[in-house]
Design a protein around this ligand. Sequence first.
Ligand SMILES: Nc1ncnc2c1ncn2[C@@H]1O[C@H](COP(=O)(O)OP(=O)(O)OP(=O)(O)O)[C@@H](O)[C@H]1O
Ligand SMILES: [Mg+2]
Length: 276
Amino acid sequence: MVRESSFEEEEQDDKYLKKLNPHLDNLVRENIDKRRIRKTDDSKKFSVIESVFDERTIFQLEKLIKQGLIERILGIISSGKEANVYLAYNQKGEEIAIKIYKIDRNTSRWMMNYIRGDPRFKKIPRNISKIIYLWASKEYKNLKRAYKVDLNVPKPIHVRNNILIMEYIGFGSIPAPKLKNISNPKDLSALSAKILKFIKKLYQDADLVHGDLSEFNILYHNQQPVIIDISQAVSTQHPKAEVFLVRDIKNVYQYFENFDINLPSAEKFYYEIIDI
Ligand SMILES: Nc1ncnc2c1ncn2[C@@H]1O[C@H](COP(=O)(O)OP(=O)(O)OP(=O)(O)O)[C@@H](O)[C@H]1O
Ligand SMILES: [Mg+2]
């Protein structure tokens, strides 16, 4: 569900983007926006830049610019219900991805299901924005854990309040496509083996369960799967960890069912992961 922002809000966001980006490269931005617009209907054409740029977020973005972590924001890659993802440059001129979570009451309620019961989060805030900040830092921490054990996830760079900076997956201004949008992925047995290995290693070496793994959250880059959107991942100690693990396995098996490919039995794979 994409919240439609008012014209004034969009105009304000646009102004802020331009302020952050005196040299905003319209061409590149247009390119990315077009990809995004294709996903929405005409009535939403003007909600390309969603209203995540509230004053606090702008203040924090300005700090990140001063710190040199962000040099300029090129444009939006994706606008989802919880967050927007932007393509930007750092001071070295390297591409980075910035995920900005929206401060939203309903989202914060839903997030609590994943935060409660995770032994890593003992003190749970009541304030909506603090819950969202906790969520962004949760994604950062999960990325760090996964990256540390050599899993194929974007390298986490920085987190500040509701803003997460990570490695950008893509070539130039073209972000990597989701596996969902690839009609003919190459070498399916190697691809499936890599994704299954990801699930197992994430559980056994990083002590995490992704919790929303599917072809929608796997980017296909250089013919390799890169797993994203790891914010809801829970510790293997979480009371629902096994339920989420089963769901992840099911989603991945369902995706590969569309192709003529042999996979180990899902049940066997599950027991192999939890190692009993
Ligand atoms: N590091 C990255 N590099 C390139 N593109 C990215 C990166 N992270 C996210 N994206 C793009 O942004 C989209 C949304 O990111 P993500 O799945 O993390 O957020 P989300 O809020 O869950 O959005 P959605 O509801 O669309 O899944 C991805 O599907 C992908 O196209
Ligand atoms: Mg996603």
